[in-house]
Design a protein around this ligand. Structure first.
Ligand code: ADP
Ligand code: MG
Length: 216
């Protein structure tokens, strides 16, 4: 379902990131462990179709995302990949409901209010549908960004250090919430973190500190 082979990304003459080979069947999960600077965000951006690696191959469901043109790739991503970044990028002038509706629209899908309402009920933010992002707590904003990532039922759900700013208890809650949403949507879940405590929740773990080498 996901195949990443021999990928390295050369940002410039001094920064080359070497990434692990990844071969995942659909519906499974992967935890990407690594210290700061080890390449977690680079890996997730490549998997999301946001950064074309300078070497190696990547296919998702047999599709080479980087062979598509930019607008095809944006649409493919909108329909098939849900991404949760540390910076949530919610649109502050739109309500929670409209932020989610926009995600459907941008993927070229029909607006589906029922889906939005059902999802927000499931994520316990149904009473916030008419609120603006600035009126929400950090935790609620994060739930909106999870809702936005899964609203189009992606086959792949990516979360880059979703727990880094949270205390232990909340961090565990968010991991379980992501797992639950991935399962309900039959999505493959890939989370990056430097936090080894969440390992036990995952079927597959890759430690990129061990793979990362000094490459010149
Ligand atoms: P992590 O997310 O694990 O902290 P990153 O993927 O952000 O790691 O970074 C991996 C390496 O790539 C680091 O050495 C970083 O300095 C370098 N890097 C990341 N983004 C850029 C960029 N835009 N330009 C140059 N080097 C970069
Ligand atoms: Mg990072």
């Amino acid at each position: 379902m996901i195949s990443l082979k021999s990928v390295r990304h050369r940002y410039n003459s001094v920064n080359t990131v070497e990434l692990p080979d990844i071969d995942l069947q659909s519906g499974t999960d992967l935890l990407v462990l690594g210290l700061s600077g080890s390449g977690k965000s680079t890996l997730l951006h490549i998997l999301a179709g946001l950064l074309k690696p300078t070497e190696g191959s990547y296919t998702l469901q047999g599709t080479n995302l980087y062979a598509l043109n930019e607008s095809e790739r944006d649409q493919y991503r909108g329909k098939n990949i849900g991404v949760i970044f540390q910076q949530m990028h919610l649109i502050s002038t739109l309500t929670v409901f409209d932020n989610l509706k926009l995600a459907q629209y941008l993927a070229g899908l029909k607006p589906n209010s029922e889906r939005i309402e059902q999802l927000c009920t499931d994520l316990d933010i149904a009473d916030k549908l008419k609120s603006f992002p600035d009126e929400l707590s950090q935790g609620q904003k994060q739930r909106v960004s999870i809702a936005r990532a899964v609203v189009n039922k992606p086959v792949l759900l990516l979360a880059d250090e979703p727990t880094s700013s949270l205390d232990d208890l909340r961090s565990n809650d968010v991991v379980l919430l992501l797992k639950d949403q991935a399962e309900k949507n039959d999505a493959t879940l890939i989370i990056s973190t430097h936090d080894h405590r969440v390992k036990s929740h995952f079927n597959n773990v890759v430690d990129i500190d061990k793979i990362q080498k000094e490459v010149v």
